[in-house]
Design a protein around this ligand. Structure first.
Ligand SMILES: [Zn+2]
Length: 493
């Protein structure tokens, strides 16, 4: 984080109701807000100290932390999930205050200097020569960071940001609309207030944007202990279920599906746990690598998370109606962010693109990380290309795909998204903890296509009883009755 740098912000406050009407700011603050959309879920969980309030994501993250390295495809997989790369990490380096504390331009190379040696964005990946790549180096201009005039939005403009994070170019009309929307008739209750924003406040704002409808008020006007952290849990679980019912039907034809064995308690209408292969675990772990903006795109701006959907809509407006984005690519980075190179995974069913890996130039005199256009190095020696390697491959390579979780393993996934290697003894203790009578347990086979995975993602973000929300036994029966003709007879879905 950029040291003790502070940003100042002007707020218009309704003093009677003690709430922020809007903030007036330049591009710096807006760029920081918009950069939230580039952050992978795993980064958000990590930055918020595993107290993100994002449904079951904290638990999923802790599962990765606790899972022994031998249950992953390669040693670097764990690092990829716990510290996923931000696809716009080079651009975010230009923010006035950086939210993410990872080193954007650091790559890792092999201690040997053979001509076929590669490099990686993840420490601990395997080099083609067999060594572990862990010598950090700063890449020179691999991606070409842009100048200082704004990161995502164009400089020279002022913006107003509403309490629920709608961002618009500054105008009297937009300001009056916000004042009227709050039912303020008497202008004497309005007062101007100057506030300062440091790295700590930006992190609080990130968290509030995911759980609250009024993050600016929470941050600047409330006492910390007056703030309710549990707003998301009020969200109706029925909403998830209704979505589930609507979507199930459309996917009977998915070419690729994930099979899972569920252990249900009909009495309590709960899924106690699931027995899964690496394909489901890969899918779940992949959620940690998804940039927030890509999730809002998948959920069509209906994430029900705080007011982050408004921020996403603001980018659409700023790029379409107002054309305030710096480049067309900036809109794409925020509205449809791709995964960082090699963070995609074969078993992941949702439609998210992956960025192309990097290439750099090396010479045998140890120059490394030279821009790709360099023909001779600093010593005048002829250079050769060096390629970014896929950290998920045990024996290294430049192919995409691969998986995170070890193949041919069986895992247990609890309703809260605790993922562990399958153990009958742990299963019994889970059953006991939930106080479910063992003789009421039933086994069911389910199969997930793209739509079901989307519901799984939604539930992971908003609920701590993920499997029950998505596969509630009553729902299974209902679906079976209604659509059994369209599904394989063996399966309940
Ligand atoms: Zn090597």
């Amino acid at each position: 984080m950029s040291g003790s740098m502070k940003l100042s912000l002007k707020l218009l406050v309704d003093e009677e109701k003690n709430r922020v009407v809007f903030a007036e700011s330049d591009k710096d603050f807006v760029d920081i807000l918009l950069s939230f959309l580039t952050l992978p879920i795993g980064t958000i969980v990590r930055l918020l100290g595993k107290k993100s309030s994002l449904g079951a994501m904290d638990c999923l993250y802790k599962s990765v932390e606790n899972l022994d390295a031998r249950y992953f495809q390669a040693a670097a997989c764990k690092t990829m999930l716990l510290r996923p790369n931000n696809p716009s990490r080079v651009q975010c380096e230009g923010l006035a205050l950086r939210v993410d504390d990872s080193e954007p331009l650091v790559y890792y190379k092999c201690p040997r200097k053979r001509y076929n040696c590669g490099f990686s964005s993840v420490p601990g990946a395997r080099c083609p020569c067999g060594q572990v790549m862990e010598v950090p180096f700063v890449a020179m201009n691999l991606d070409g960071a842009e100048g200082s005039d704004g990161v995502f939005v164009r400089g020279g403009t002022s913006f107003i940001v509403s309490d629920d994070l709608s961002v618009k170019p500054v105008s009297m009309g937009a300001s009056l609309a916000l004042i009227q929307k709050l039912g303020i008739e008497d202008g004497s209750v309005l007062a101007k207030r100057n506030v300062e924003l440091g790295a700590e406040e930006v992190l609080s704002l990130l968290k509030r944007s995911l759980v609250s409808k009024r993050p600016l008020t929470d941050l600047f006007l409330q006492e910390p202990d007056m703030i309710d952290d549990a707003e998301n849990s009020l969200k109706s679980i029925m909403e998830v279920i209704i979505q589930t019912r609507v979507k199930y039907r459309s996917t009977a034809t998915d070419s690729k599906r994930i099979d899972v064995k569920l252990f249900l308690s009909k009495e309590s209408d709960k899924v106690v746990y699931a027995e899964a292969r690496e394909d489901l675990v890969d899918q779940l772990f992949s959620f940690l690598t998804f940039p927030l903006g890509s999730i809002l795109k998948l959920l069509d701006k209906h994430s029900s998370l705080g007011c982050i959907d408004n921020l996403y809509e603001s980018v659409e407006l700023l790029s379409n109606s107002y054309n305030y984005m710096k480049f067309k690519e900036c809109s794409d980075m925020l509205l449809a962010p791709k995964l960082a190179p090699y963070f995609g995974c074969d078993n992941q069913l949702l439609d998210i693109g992956e960025m192309c890996p990097q290439t750099t130039k090396v010479c045998h005199k140890s120059c490394f990380g030279l821009p790709s256009a360099t023909i001779t190095c600093l010593h005048g020696v002829e250079t050769k290309c060096s390629y970014e390697m896929n950290p998920k491959f045990q024996t290294s390579g430049t192919g995409t795909g691969g998986g995170f979780a070890k193949e041919m393993m069986t895992f247990m996934v609890t309703d809260e998204m605790e993922v562990t290697p399958l153990s009958p003894i742990s299963a019994v203790s889970i059953i006991n903890k939930l106080m479910v009578p063992i003789n009421s347990l039933e086994e069911a086979q389910a199969s997930l296509g793209e739509a079901e995975v989307l519901n799984l993602l939604r539930a992971c973000l908003t609920s701590s009883t993920v499997l029950s929300d998505v596969f509630s036994p009553n729902l299974l029966t209902l679906l079976h009755e209604r659509w059994c003709g369209q599904h394989p007879s063996k399966s309940l879905l």
